[in-house]
Design a protein around this ligand. Sequence first.
Ligand SMILES: [Zn+2]
Ligand SMILES: [Zn+2]
Length: 133
Amino acid sequence: MVLRRETKQKRVILEEIEKSTNHPTARDIYNSVRQQLPRISLGTVYRNMDLLVREGKIKRLDSGGREAHFDADLSEHHHVTCVSCGRIDDLATSQELKVISETFEQKGWVIHERRVEFLGVCPVCRTGGAGGR
Ligand SMILES: [Zn+2]
Ligand SMILES: [Zn+2]
């Protein structure tokens, strides 16, 4: 029975990550999963998200010391991270990047993953948020 409950928790967590488009943290997922599973703990959410990462169902995005964000979109794409609020937006992959990795392959490298990360300040933070400046 314990096993069945754990499977359900993991399924609900995965569904929440897949539904969200804003690269949630474990804490974000915990807050939305709690509406369906009121007794779930933050530790359980962390543990299940680790499992999902290891199973290759979601990706963990390392955001330089901040709380890790997660992504259910496994297609090749890149991210731009706001250094002020931590918001992460998606960037499509580019033809140029494929050309760059081909030049590495010509030098004998085997490329597993192409990853480009942009850091900046998002439009909301740039304009001082809702309060204005
Ligand atoms: Zn921002
Ligand atoms: Zn993404």
